[in-house]
Design a binder for this molecule. Structure first.
Ligand code: 0A1
Ligand code: ZN
Length: 887
């Protein structure tokens, strides 16, 4: 068996580029079979470099011609090996002319130049530009680009690239051209072109400075009725960055283009953002509330990259979180500000933390664990992870918690003053924050260098005579691959103390606490163990710990049920109200899982139901918040609590609990359903979507008892829905209900859904996704679904909608005792590997936690992993993840 790791690249080996590129003139003769690319680079020797040679990357290219300073270079003048072209003995100033050929239509990796639905697109991050031409394809080489596009005018009427359109015209032979110039220097990964038959919604928008800019959203003709929300989101993003960070759009024109085949969410190419259609197209008929919210946040994310990523970029790919963590933090804040209300902010925060805990904490505990700033990688595409993105954002958020909002803004201002136009390191960001606020963030660096989720244990003691309350915090962090021992982190722990009525006490504490909101203090835990002492505490308080989730840690404290009930009912910190509900639910789910595994009787205490009832009936709380409280921890979250996972027992436990909640709250749920109906005229705003969310959660609970009347309720909603949120929710509730009536209604609705939406690929993705996740879907059903004419592995969205939703979100079936799920998984990884290595490598991650299962299951998973490891022509992407899993 092959478990050896392919060649890794190390952060410590960084060396400066040997030559810098001043200008890039690049011309394309676009043709789907063979595209000719002619590049002219003006380069200057970098005095800081130790390497003498010119070093260019190139992959899957046919080199036609190479000239240096006008002279043809023969094969004796350069070396070309393993994707690296080197020219020795070059003068200090060179002009390189390079002619290459590529084959866009054959390119199924969706990196470099490729064809999607007959149109040309590019994707260059991280290392795709080298599939277009030979180039020093690394982010610390920043150059000015001029781009000439030539293509058939009828087939590709729209020719786009970065920056400004400076010239266009006909070439006489049915072809036309467009010349684009980007006034800003940029790394190659931000290059983009589009040559396509598309139409756009456009608008002139006035910046706060008075300058006017042209905004465009480009889509296929039939989708022009789905661009409004993306356009609105873009305008909101522009305004928000001006107001919150004083950052203005630096171009006269900003374009968003939607493409149906795309590996990720979207890409921040300078002035020409390319988006997965999933994050652009929306109207009430096809998009859910969640889709609307995602579009707003992804449009924001890509737009915000223009400063955090493009104007200031990364020195090397180890610094990826410099731009991604910071930009995710910015998009999270943007989305929160768009809702506006305090409780709306909390809802957004809870959703973000849920993702972090469920996916990133699992990553941090598994074979792919890596620091926010990794020390090595084999394939950089495997490091676009929740650690780099979501944990990276938490790290940035902790900086803001430590220096305050105004301090954070000062730090950002200094960061841009120092580094605009540069390619820098994570350390430079931290230094700007520290210097602007005269804070020592030295120890804070460990958040970048050490992987793993810290465990913080809290213990308290109250002295009624001295009226003091002590909180002792201790931290540990488990070993991760390559890092056996960890040093203490600098952890901001926001705390409040509640009195017996649940009111915040006024806090007095001298032990290293920094500013916080009234009633909250931020304790700075920097040692392995530390005690913080509060004075003038007149009664035994209940501590509210880690308010607003002030650090990405697991916090342990031995709360009683009564204390959690008090926090749930009264905490002034809405995050911790929700947290209390999850703690109440989780400790019961763990017990129920044990009981299910031992075939014992399952029971649930009325106290839990009563606590949920209190929240459900509390009309002063936002429906969106109530929905979050009533949503039980996912099966994946429960699995993380066990050292040996039993997926069937977890499923049984959670289903039992849902059934009991549904039974105990039937009247209240029906009432919530009826009082949260929204008007037919759809709006995706927080209030309306919150109501729909609560109503649809109520519906799904009601269907736990799927009799004629509840099935009828769901069917009626499905049949009469005016929007996709309600339609999808009704279908999902029916698909997951277990009764004859429900099965019949579900199958009828599935047919109708397909018929109504067969021309909307994004909705057909939902159709596959709901089935992939449904408990009734086993491997046999999956195989049947894969034979459906609408299914293809070639389109990443479609592959994800069915295969990934089964492997990641249907644990009881995926982990079927006979191992059929794992065998299926291995087949799909191998098939995808030949088509699209990036997507294949993501699927490998579904088995990350294989060592957490019972011996029999482990054995079966090991077989599947080995099958993949031993298969032929394995991409670097898949090899890296599989070998780390097996290591
Ligand atoms: N920088 C993008 C993410 C991205 C990365 C790689 C891609 O190519 C496969 C595409 C997009 C972002 O953070 O949105
Ligand atoms: Zn990003």
């Amino acid at each position: 068996m092959r478990t050896d790791l392919p060649q890794a690249i190390y952060r410590k080996d960084y060396t400066a580029p040997s030559f810098l590129v001043d200008t890039v003139d690049i011309g394309f003769d676009l043709d789907p079979i063979t595209t000719r690319v002619a590049t002219r680079l003006t380069m200057t020797r970098n005095p800081d470099s130790v390497n003498q040679n010119i070093v260019l990357n190139g992959e899957a290219l046919e080199l036609v011609q190479l000239r240096m300073n006008g002279k043809l270079l023969t094969k004796r003048g350069y070396t070309l090996q393993g994707g690296i072209l080197q020219i020795p003995d070059a003068p200090d100033q060179v002009v390189l002319e390079i002619e290459t050929l590529t084959h866009p239509e054959k390119n199924t990796s969706l990196m470099g130049l490729y064809v999607s639905n007959g149109n040309f697109f590019t994707q260059c991050e991280a290392e795709g530009f080298r599939k277009i031409t030979f180039f020093p394809d690394r982010p610390d080489v920043m150059a000015k680009y001029t781009v000439m596009l030539r293509a058939d005018k009828k087939k590709y009427p729209v020719l786009l690239s970065n920056g400004n359109l400076v010239e266009q015209g006909d070439l006489g032979d049915g072809r036309h051209y467009a010349k684009w110039e980007d006034p800003f220097k940029k790394p190659s990964y931000l290059f983009a072109l589009v040559a396509a038959k598309l139409v756009c919604q456009e608008e002139t928008y006035q910046l706060k400075s008075g300058r006017k800019v042209l905004l465009q959203v480009w889509v296929e003709k039939g989708n022009l009725d789905k661009t409004q929300h993306a356009m609105e989101s873009l305008k909101h993003s522009i305004r928000w960055d001006e107001e919150r960070f004083g950052l203005e759009l630096d171009l006269d024109r900003f374009m968003i283009v939607a493409v149906g085949d795309f590996n990720m969410g979207a890409m921040e190419n300078k002035g020409l953002n390319i988006f997965n259609t999933k994050f652009v197209l929306a109207n009430p008929r096809i998009a859910t509330d969640v889709d609307y919210a995602n579009i707003e946040s992804v449009v924001g994310h890509e737009y915000f990259h223009n400063w955090t990523g493009n104007r200031v970029t990364c020195r090397d790919w180890f610094q990826l979180s410099l731009k991604e963590g910071l930009t995710v933090f910015r998009d999270q804040e943007f989305s929160a500000d768009m809702v506006g209300t305090a409780s709306g902010r909390a809802v957004k925060r809870i959703e973000d933390v849920r993702l972090l805990r469920q996916v990133q904490f699992a990553e941090d505990a598994g074979p792919m664990a890596h620091p926010v700033r990794p020390d090595s990688y084999v394939e950089i595409n495997n490091f676009y992870t929740v650690t780099i993105y979501e944990k990276g954002a938490e790290v940035v958020r902790m900086v803001q918690t430590l220096v305050g909002r105004d301090g954070f803004r000062k730090g950002m201002d200094l960061y841009f003053a120092r580094h605009d136009g540069q390619a820098v390191e994570c350390d430079d960001f931290r230094a700007a924050m520290a210097d602007a606020n005269r804070r020592n963030l030295k120890q804070f660096e460990r958040w970048y260098s050490q992987a793993g989720t810290p465990q913080v244990k809290a213990e308290t003691s109250y002295d009624p005579l001295a009226k003091t309350f002590e909180i002792t915090l201790s931290q540990t962090c488990a070993a991760t691959p390559g890092q056996a021992k960890k040093l203490p982190f600098h952890i901001p722990v926001a705390v409040g103390l509640l009195d017996a009525e649940g009111k915040d006490l006024v806090l007095h504490c001298d032990d290293g606490a920094s500013a916080g909101v009234a009633g909250t203090l931020v304790l700075e835990l920097t040692k392995a163990k530390q005690t913080f002492r509060f004075t003038q505490v007149n009664e035994q308080p209940v501590p509210s710990l880690l308010r607003d989730f002030s650090a990405p840690v697991v916090l342990e404290y031995d709360y009683s049920d009564a204390e959690l009930a008090l926090l749930l009912a009264h905490d002034s910190d809405p995050f911790n109200r929700w947290e209390a509900s999850q703690r109440l639910a989780m400790r019961r789910l763990v017990k129920l899982t044990d009981a299910a595994r031992n075939n014992e009787q399952l029971t649930l205490d009325p106290m839990f139901i009563d606590a949920l009832r209190g929240v459900l009936m509390d009309d002063t709380l936002d429906p969106a918040f109530r929905e979050l409280v009533l949503t039980l921890p996912s099966e994946a979250m429960v699995a993380e609590q066990f050292s040996v996972v039993d997926s069937q027992a977890i499923h049984a436990a959670r289903q039992f609990m849902r059934g009991m909640v549904a039974q105990g709250l039937r009247t209240e749920l029906l009432n919530a359903y009826e009082t949260n109906l929204t008007p037919d005229a759809y709006s995706p705003d927080a209030e309306a979507s919150g109501k729909r969310g609560l109503k649809n959660l109520a519906l799904s609970y009601l269907l736990e008892w799927a009799d004629e009347s509840t099935c009828q309720l769901a069917l009626a909603q499905f049949d009469t829905a005016h929007n996709m949120t309600d339609r999808q929710a009704a279908l999902s509730a029916l698909l997951n209900a277990e009764s004859k009536a429900a099965t019949k209604a579900a199958s009828k609705s599935l047919k109708r859904f397909y018929k109504d939406f067969k021309n909307e690929p994004l909705v057909i993705d939902k159709w596959f996704m709901l089935q992939g996740m449904a408990h009734a879907t086993d491997v046999a059903a999956m195989r049947a679904l894969m034979t459906h004419p609408a299914f293809t592995l070639k389109n990443p969205n479609r592959a994800r909608s069915l295969i990934f939703s089964f492997c990641n979100a249907n644990p009881a079936r995926f982990h079927a005792a006979d191992g059929s799920g794992y065998a299926f998984w291995a087949e799909q990884v191998i098939a995808l590997n030949a088509i699209n290595p990036q997507v294949a490598a993501r699927l490998v991650r579904s088995l990350d936690r294989w060592r957490k299962y019972a011996p029999k299951a482990q054995e079966l998973m090991l077989l599947a992993l080995q099958k993949v490891a031993n298969s032929k022509k394995l991409s670097k992407d898949v090899q890296e993840v599989v070998s780390k899993s097996l290591a």
